[in-house]
Unconditional design. Structure first.
Length: 194
C-alpha cells in the first residue's frame, strides 16, 4: 500500500507541511509507505485545455517543461492521495490548483486511473477560508471518482506563523482521526478486516 501527500504551500516548513507530515507519519506507523511531496520549489504550469492528452490517450500532458509529470506519476502509483493547501486569499494556492487541474484533466481524458483511490483534503488558514478551500479540493476528489474519508470535523487547522498549527489541539486531533480512518478504509478495501 502506498500513499502520497502533496503540500501546495509555496514555502517550505509551513503549517500545511506540518499537517501533512503528521498525516504521513501516521500512515507510515500503520505500514503504509508515504511520500510527502512539496510543491515549494517546483514549477507546475496551469492547464491550457489543449486536449492533447485526450487525443493521444497516453496519460501525458503536452506541457513538458515543468515538474507535473513526476507528481502525476506519484498519484498514479499511490493507493491514497492527500492534498493540502494553505489559504492565502480565500482559496487553495495556484500551485495546488495547477497540479490538480492538470492531473484531473489528463486522468479523465484517459480512463480515469484515479478512480476509487482513497484520500482527502487538508487546509490551514490564519483565520478563515478553510471551508471554501476544503470544498474546492474536495470537488477534485469527487469529480475523479475517488473515495473521500472523513473525520470528526473538517481536516483544517488554524495557524499563521511557522508551526502555529502545532498549538491547534482540535485540528491535530481531527487529522489523527482522519489518518486512522484512512488506514481503516484501506484495510477494509484490501479485505484485511472483517
Amino acid at each position: 500500500m502506498k500513499a502520497v501527500a502533496f503540500c501546495g504551500s509555496p514555502r517550505k516548513g509551513g503549517n500545511t507541511e506540518v499537517m501533512l507530515d503528521r498525516c504521513a507519519k501516521g500512515l507510515e506507523a500503520a505500514g503504509i509507505e508515504t511520500d510527502l511531496v512539496l510543491l515549494a520549489g517546483k514549477t507546475i504550469e496551469p492547464c491550457t485545455a489543449c486536449a492533447k492528452c485526450k487525443e493521444k490517450r497516453d496519460l501525458k500532458c503536452s506541457i513538458r517543461r515543468d515538474d507535473f509529470h513526476g507528481c502525476f506519476e506519484k498519484m498514479l502509483a499511490a493507493d491514497i492521495i492527500l492534498v493540502g493547501s494553505p489559504v492565502y486569499f480565500g482559496s487553495a494556492t495556484p500551485q495546488t490548483m495547477a497540479l490538480l487541474d492538470r492531473a484531473g484533466y489528463v486522468a479523465r481524458a484517459n480512463g480515469n486511473p484515479l478512480s476509487r483511490k482513497l484520500g482527502g483534503p487538508v487546509a490551514v488558514a490564519r483565520r478563515a477560508g478553510q471551508n471554501f478551500t476544503l470544498a474546492q479540493l474536495l470537488y477534485w476528489y469527487l469529480i475523479n471518482d475517488m473515495v473521500v474519508v472523513g473525520s470528526t470535523y473538517w481536516n483544517m487547522a488554524i495557524g499563521r506563523d511557522l508551526a502555529d498549527v502545532e498549538a491547534d489541539d482540535e485540528g491535530l486531533a481531527t487529522l489523527d482521526r482522519f489518518v486512522e480512518n484512512l488506514v481503516w478504509a484501506a484495510e477494509k478495501l484490501a479485505g484485511k478486516q472483517a
